[in-house]
Design a protein around this ligand. Structure first.
Ligand code: ZN
Length: 86
């Protein structure tokens, strides 16, 4: 679980929207195929998108919102909490 995680945070919305370019899209799909952290984040975002497309535009359920916040915060700390080593 120490492999590098590309910075997908900004791309994930486009990824889930299907508006991301094919190359980046394939890259993300490949990565989440073997990265639990990113897969969980994608799953969470996908649930969010599904909920929003379900015909309702209600606020996120508190639990889902908290989970998403936690994941994004963790990713942020992971990304900026240590020096770049690429
Ligand atoms: Zn990852």
């Amino acid at each position: 679980m120490t492999e590098k995680c590309p910075d997908y945070v900004n791309e994930l919305n486009d990824f889930l929207d299907g508006t991301l370019d094919a190359a980046t899209c394939a890259e993300i799909q490949k990565h989440i195929g073997h990265c639990d952290n990113c897969r969980i984040m994608v799953d969470t975002l996908r649930q969010t998108v599904t909920l929003c497309r379900g015909g309702k535009s209600e606020p996120l359920p508190a639990a889902l919102q908290a989970r998403l916040d936690g994941l994004l915060k963790a990713r942020w700390e992971q990304k900026f909490g240590r020096s770049r080593s690429q």
